[in-house]
Design a protein around this ligand. Structure first.
Ligand code: SF4
Ligand code: SF4
Length: 329
């Protein structure tokens, strides 16, 4: 049986270890935008040390994009993503946020899994499901992998908002996944939870799975901006930092996640942005990452990120799976 969703990220007590070093500020997109310590991981940890409660920190935890960029840099190894999630979970959603969550989480009637016994399953993001050609290409590139009918978008959104997930719904989602030996997941936050729910499954992000393929690697150019899905990356940072460094060395392209500049588009937003209750800042993010770079194309692992950057850029935006199609210029 899976652990109940609410216990996936245990309430971390390690905020007590925060020394106030400020390293997390250097990578935090919220700090870069606001320079407001109260909205930073440092601010939350220090406020908790001095006795603040979840309700007092509600605006702060809601501002977090859950990108997890702060975790790898924290010398005290504080579980900062889990801290934001737990703070959210402890404060009831406003009526406005609840209504927005209900709207955003609306799903078509669940479709039965086509091949419930498949050894490998692809869990696409909703945006990828809505681009059948790209989904079919990704599927073929991954050896004809079966596509899971239920992408769990409502579960991912509820977890993100700190809202409860009904045990029956979670079980319906996980039941077919338990039969798979390997899972390719497009949503980085869901992937992090799936590692907890399905500890024996071999789990990998869609971006990593596709970018390992020589046919797609050959399609990358030195003048590309390669947009890594931030949440999947930071969920497995110690391994993936070496992996993506190798990709950078081979292709010569720029990344949206690097030590100097981090730009995180749609796959990591504040809760209000995610629920459509606050404006997004994709133009700011894109300008920040492109400044001084001769980039001619944007390659995305997540179509949600692709849609965000396509809105604010004149550059062509291509999903990684579509690199196998040489009609893209
Ligand atoms: S998860 Fe991202 S947005 Fe949230 S505090 Fe960490 S770096 Fe900042
Ligand atoms: S990096 Fe870690 S120890 Fe340093 S201020 Fe941030 S949360 Fe505290």
């Amino acid at each position: 049986m899976p652990a109940p969703a609410a216990t996936v990220m245990q309430a971390p007590a390690d905020f007590a270890a925060c020394s106030g070093c400020g390293l997390c500020l250097l990578v935090c997109p919220v700090w870069r935008r606001t320079h407001d310590l109260g909205l930073s991981p440092l601010g939350r940890a220090k406020a908790l040390q001095y006795g603040a409660g979840a309700a007092e920190l509600a605006a702060s935890s809601a501002s977090c994009t859950l990108c997890a960029a702060c975790e790898p840099v924290c010398p005290e190894e504080i579980a900062l993503l889990a801290l934001s999630l737990e703070l959210r979970r402890r404060v009831p959603l406003t009526a406005e946020a609840q209504a927005a969550l209900a709207r955003a989480g609306e799903l078509p009637a669940p479709v039965p899994l086509a091949q419930a016994s498949a050894a490998a399953l692809l869990l696409p993001e909703r945006a990828l499901r809505q681009r059948p050609q790209t989904l079919a290409r990704a599927r073929a590139l991954l050896g004809g992998i079966s596509v899971c009918a239920d992408e769990g978008a409502d579960i991912a959104l509820a977890l993100e908002a700190g809202a409860p997930v009904a045990t029956a719904r979670l079980e319906r989602f996980l039941q077919p996944l338990r039969r798979a030996e390997s899972l390719v997941a497009a949503d980085g936050l869901l992937l992090r939870h799936l590692r907890h729910w399905l500890p024996r499954a071999n789990l990998v992000s869609l971006g990593e799975a596709l970018s390992r393929l020589p046919a797609l690697r050959r399609g990358l150019r030195a003048s590309d901006l390669y947009v890594i899905e931030a949440r999947a990356y930071h969920a497995d940072y110690q391994r993936l930092v070496k992996y993506y460094d190798g990709l950078r060395a081979a292709a010569g392209c720029a990344f949206n996640l690097d030590l100097q500049r981090i730009a995180i588009p749609a796959s990591a937003r504040s809760l209000a942005q995610r629920l459509g209750l606050a404006p997004v800042d994709d133009q700011v993010q894109l300008n920040w990452i492109l400044q001084g770079r001769a980039v001619t194309r944007i390659v995305v692992e997540s179509l949600e990120d692709g849609a965000a950057f396509a809105q604010v850029s004149k550059l062509p935006v291509v999903h990684l799976a579509d690199l196998a199609d040489d009609t893209h210029s």
